[in-house]
Ligand binder design. Structure first.
Ligand code: ADP
Length: 459
């Protein structure tokens, strides 16, 4: 079964915290218990040494201070130690059992109960240590120190251990609670924007291109939102472009087809004789149509495709080789081509830049008067590369200048008839320049000439 991201994240937080808690509890319990046991055993040893020393001090001038011994014995008894002092002659000086036999038994039972409760398999029982007491290196007595052994926990020790366990439990519960809270909080922070992105992409797939206005606090998700918005914008542009292009193309195709259709119909209906002239006129229209389709194909390629393959381009070499290809066209019209080409290296799409120069140069030739002059200039400046293509041809009327880069825009049909242009060349030029983050501008005066200036960034 698939789980939601929110559930997965919360669950993983919980599992992680439970695992860490268990690990900490097991390790600390094991280490702590061992350390604590050593501490308790040391404590018992220290206590016996302390009792021995105290008892030793109560032997003065060959006599035992019974009262003091008794107070030592009583205090030891309260701490779980059962004392018996027997002098060198085997005479009992003080015996806890004789002092209070019931209390001795109670104490042993008490500690046995404590230890069995904590460690049900505890192998414990009454132990007795015999300490020899010397005075001036002369043996004077045996001190019997009995207790529940091998070691025992006092009530305070048990209280300490219980407090420790209690703290562990509280810390564990709080950790699990916080893990759950943080887990669900973080998962909510991640899951919410992802859900929004997912909804937005669903809309995209339905053709609804809306940008997602959501600011996430997570960098990667912010990047994802930005990428989705860019994608949406691009798809939107492409969709609009596709619609516009289809409309424009069908509009452009309709005129020549209608002409051919009416001519052919007139000939079939016998209104017109199918003379060579009329058939030739139909053929011209078909040829125009064919050329138009070729140009439309080119336009579609450039309009829809926005991939550019950049590499180093030597503009001087590129323009020289293009100019060479136009030599015949120039000669046919008796045009002179002048150039000023600086050695500029550009990082750009060579084929596309070549297409720009070809379109502008062929226009300059097309719209030049016979024996005119065309000038191409390339200059590398600090802010970019400047390409200028200038002619002294028929020029463009002021009113048309703002539209010449639009698809299928021709200045006037009469001059178009002669040149056969479909109004596509400049829109391709503009598109390529835009793809390179460059700029193009035009200066033109009717009957004086036209000058196109392109500015391209080096990279
Ligand atoms: P076309 O294929 O018709 O030449 P373009 O997009 O290249 O299409 O150009 C659009 C219009 O701009 C042309 O119809 C033409 O009238 C005008 N034009 C372009 N370049 C020049 C030029 N160098 N001199 C005069 N007119 C030009």
């Amino acid at each position: 079964m698939k789980k939601s991201l929110k559930r997965q994240l919360t669950l993983s937080h919980l599992m992680l915290s439970i695992f860490s808690i268990l690990l900490i509890i097991i390790l600390t319990n094991y280490i702590l218990e061992r350390q604590f046991r050593n501490y308790v055993i040391n404590n018992i040893n220290n206590k016996t040494i302390g009792i021995l020393n105290s008892v030793k001090e109560e032997y003065k001038d060959g006599k035992w201070d019974i009262k003091s011994i008794e107070s030592i014995g009583v205090s030891a008894l309260e701490n779980g130690m059962i004392l018996k002092l027997v002098d060198k002659n085997g005479r009992v000086v003080w015996d806890a059992h004789l002092h209070n036999s019931g209390q001795c038994q109670n104490i042993l039972d008490h500690y046995s109960k404590i230890m069995m409760k904590r460690y049900p398999n505890f192998n414990g029982g009454y132990r007795e240590e015999i300490k020899k007491i010397y005075s001036n290196e002369e043996f004077i007595a045996n001190l019997y120190i009995g207790y529940y052994g091998p070691y025992y926990y006092t009530d305070n020790d048990i209280m300490f251990l219980n407090t420790l366990n209690g703290v562990s439990i509280v810390v564990s519960v709080l950790t699990i609670l916080f893990a759950y809270l943080f887990g669900s909080l973080i998962s909510k922070r991640i899951a919410t924007p992802i859900m929004k992105v997912s909804n937005s992409t669903n809309l995209l797939s339905q053709g609804i291109f809306k940008s997602l206005e959501y600011k996430s606090e997570i960098l990667e998700i912010d990047e994802l939102i930005r990428a989705i918005n860019t994608l949406s914008k691009k798809l939107d542009e492409q969709e609009k472009l596709r619609k516009r292009l289809t409309q424009d193309i069908s509009h452009e195709l309709r005129t020549p087809i209608t002409t051919i259709k009416s001519h052919v119909e007139a000939m079939i209906d016998g209104i017109w004789q199918p003379t060579e002239d009329r058939l030739r006129s139909c053929l011209e229209e078909i040829e125009r149509l064919n050329k138009l389709i070729g140009e439309i194909k080119l336009l579609a390629e450039y309009e829809i495709e926005d991939r550019i393959e950049k590499k180093e381009v030597n503009l001087k070499d590129l323009i020289k080789s293009i100019a060479l290809n136009f030599e015949k066209n120039l000669m046919d019209k008796g045009l002179v081509l002048e150039t000023y080409l600086e050695d500029v290296i550009l990082y750009a799409d060579k084929n596309k830049i070549a297409q720009v120069v070809i379109n502008l140069l062929s226009n300059a030739i097309k719209y030049s008067k016979d024996s005119g002059k065309i000038y191409i200039e390339v200059k590398g400046k600090s802010d970019g590369v400047y390409i200028k293509i200038k002619d002294d041809g028929i020029g463009i009327p002021k009113k048309d200048l703002p539209y010449i880069f639009e698809r299928f825009y021709r200045v006037d049909q009469s001059r178009n008839k002669e040149t056969g242009g479909a109004g596509i060349g400049l829109s391709i030029v503009k598109r390529i320049i835009k793809m390179h983050n460059g700029e193009i501008s035009v200066n033109s005066e009717l009957n004086k000439g036209t000058e196109f200036t392109i500015k391209l960034p080096y990279k």
